[in-house]
Design a protein around this ligand. Sequence first.
Ligand code: VG1
Ligand code: CO
Length: 542
Amino acid sequence: MIKTVATTPFQDQKPGTSGLRKKVPVFQQANYVENFVQSIFDSLEGFQGKTLVIGGDGRFYNREAIQVAMKIAAGNGFGRVLVGQGGILSTPAASNVIRKRGAFGGIILSASHNPGGPDGDFGIKYNASNGGPAPEKITDAIFARTRAISAYKISDAPDIDLDCLGATTLDGMSVEVIDPVEDYLALMRELFDFGAIRSMVAGGFTMTFDAMSAVTGPYATKILEGELGFKPGSVINGIPKPDFGGHHPDPNLVHAKEIYDLAMSDHAPDICAASDGDGDRNLIIGRGIFVTPSDSLAALAANAHLAPGYAKGLAGIARSMPTSAAADQVAKKKGIGIYETPTGWKFFGNLLDAGLATICGEESAGTGSNHVREKDGLWAVLLWLNILAVRRESVKAIMEDHWRTYGRNYYARHDYEEVASEGANALVQALRDALPTMQGQRFGALDVASADDFAYHDPVDGSDSAHQGIRILFTDGARIVYRLSGTGTAGATLRVYIERAEPETGRLDLETGDALKDVIDLSRSIAKIEHYTGRREPSVIT
Ligand code: VG1
Ligand code: CO
């Protein structure tokens, strides 16, 4: 039976960079999930009788939230729900299922790279029929609705068995529990030359993939070990755990240190890789060389035509503003479009839908293409493997050749995590206030060429997004960007993005820390980071 239940609004259900993220106990409050899911549906039109995809990264509270979402979907008149077995669907796999099965949209339960468990983080986001994260217009409407909601409609039927594949019904709505990997594997087979990769592996090419006890485990095991022939054990931490084994499922040099150390050791495999909580990020480390995500985007864009799915070449490349300009150099040389968007994958959707961009990426270890509308961790790993299988060179040789062709953008991101919000906001405000007089100023040996608060005008739908990060560009091509994270759940996180470009004829073999030293020092003094946050050093450098 469908019941209408009275409720009162929560004031804090504002979606951030990628959906609503809060600590688990916040989500466990009575009606918290119900209110948000009903607010999503209240902000949409025309879904009666249509299909909704539901899945998550398997973290603590995933199963509970999925039962609620299904019952509210039934209460609101969806015709069918497709849900991943065990409640599992990686973010890119969910995007693919939405597209492939012609769904109206999807709900993804994930807090991505944030830690999980009873005291960890949880999250909910809505993806539209193109498979991509809801654009700001919709997330703004959802937030407005959460502040006014007074009732939700929910089925009181018993829970659905999420572990048993196949179809059943929930108060008149059909529910199909699907294999989370099948559709995704079929798509990867279309895009990549599995045969070429298999023969490279048969020839002795080795890999270690760290699934970080998160959602990519089943995908990576099936594809890398099952399909491509990497030896058993090539995928480590391959069983998804509700608390990610107590780790932080963020594939960066701090949290994926184990494979970094392996890649730098004398028994390093040919390539090491990792993905995050919900499977949309990727970390690539060749033998003896860490590939920064910005460089990885550029190298993938430069070589994508070597994979069957991209043999026709790229229409364009899109990158988030804080991502380095390495991809711009590739676009320039290839004579294709380059787009600079605010942080967050939702801004790539229109460019991909309109056919303006084929490959997109973010400095935060996110790369993807028009095959889905999310970033895709395993896709990036497979594209790397396909390129390696064709070129038959090491990751290191490919990157060195890349820099000699396009120049090198030395790059680092410094995160000052969980600082007090007041201080962080004051720091950003002070920078904003200083912008009008910044141009032409000299800091140390560097002159400011321009400075602004990044604003984006979407060339496809004409929408505008202001205040997306403070940029300071120097005359020698160096750049510092400051912005506050929109995915954290405690205090504020200040992200400082530091970059310096060297032309193809320049110094291409410096240590990143040495190449950036002056700019790093300036990043701290210009923004008076210690004064505003009390921190002398960042907590994480990626
Ligand atoms: C971070 C990254 C951003 C990414 C977002 C979601 O956002 O900087 O590039 O799109 O996380 O990634 P923020 O606002 O904290 O800087 V995921 O893998 O957490 O969905
Ligand atoms: Co993620």
